[in-house]
Design a protein around this ligand. Structure first.
Ligand code: 13P
Length: 302
């Protein structure tokens, strides 16, 4: 099923679990991620980043292919633009057929972040496309941004931001950062802030920079209200490590063997991650529609 990210995340928000969003930059990665979700009976989100689409994952080929794979799957699959920031990025993603878009204006002054994001929300919602915003700023691990408390999301400002932009999901800065952390280091997350954000907003919250964050942190982040975890670097590493291992085992291994090893490793990685964040066995096609009814009922009475 090719679905809106909004449906996936509303369910996760109501039932307190998280769904992986994996940057999948070629056929093998997309297939590994969707097959892992299928085997685990889990919803899944495919992320494509703006830079990744320029370098390798050209949307003209990737979007129809992912859509076709998603339609064949029994589990809900969403396709999300990762870290769009310019108006043109968002509009072209909507035209290509993404089911949701992230607009990241988190490095801009607050009022500019609000007005640009509100503008995209109006356009996207008119087409039934979900929008993820970011407040506070999730930076880069190699710069030590994870420890910069002044970049973390402010709870009162987040309330104002969500009310004025109308975003469907909010990426929060609570101590993670993108990319590899220095060797041996695990980030320290501000769980108190996360709990306050969840209590105030009661909406789907997103954790960027999932890689290298440590199992204990990830499990606790889900418990405290994270519903979408973005993972890129660790998924790439799973593929790279498998390719290196294949070549070490057999230096004559050919292209087909190397690519198959990478695909199998990404699939294993995603299946294990799905178990960790609680999205396994969440719903199949029929149940999904029934669960949607339940969300509406919960919202009415809750
Ligand atoms: P990592 O590469 O650290 O997993 O971050 C991915 C991400 O947040 C994509 O938006």
């Amino acid at each position: 099923m090719f679905v809106s990210m909004k449906d996936i995340l509303e369910h996760a928000n109501v039932y307190n679990y998280a769904v992986m969003a994996v940057n999948s930059v070629n056929m093998e990665m997309a297939r590994a991620v969707i097959e892992a979700a299928q085997e685990k009976h889990s919803p899944i989100i495919i992320n494509l980043g703006v830079g990744q689409m320029k370098k390798l994952a050209h949307p003209t080929e990737m979007v129809p292919m992912i859509r076709e794979m998603a339609e064949r799957a029994d589990v809900p699959v969403a396709l999300n633009l990762d870290h769009g920031s310019k108006f043109e990025d968002e509009i072209s993603a909507i035209r290509y057929g993404f089911t949701s878009v992230m607009i990241d204006c988190s490095a801009l002054p607050y009022e500019e972040n609000v007005s640009r994001v509100a503008n995209i929300v109006a356009l996207a919602h008119a087409k039934g496309i979900a929008v993820e915003g970011e407040l506070g700023h999730v930076g880069q691990a190699f710069q030590g941004d994870d420890g910069k408390v002044d970049l973390y999301t402010n709870v009162a400002q987040a309330r104002d931001y969500v009310d004025r932009t109308g975003v469907d999901a909010l990426a929060v800065a609570i101590g993670t950062a993108h990319g590899d952390y220095p060797k041996g280091m695990t980030p320290r997350l501000d769980f108190e802030r996360l709990k306050e954000l969840k209590a105030e907003l009661r909406m789907p919250l997103v954790l960027h920079g999932g890689s290298g964050s440590g199992e204990e942190n990830i499990r606790k982040a889900v418990e405290c209200g994270i519903n979408k975890i973005n993972v890129c670097t660790d998924a790439f590493h799973a593929a790279e490590d498998a390719m290196k291992a294949k070549w070490a085992e057999n230096p004559k291994a050919n292209y087909l063997e190397i690519m198959a090893a990478a695909e199998a490793a990404v699939k294993r990685f995603v299946m294990d991650y799905i178990d960790m964040i609680g999205s396994a066995d969440r719903y199949g096609y029929g149940e999904y529609l029934a669960e949607k009814e339940e969300i509406v009922v919960l919202k009415k009475t809750g």
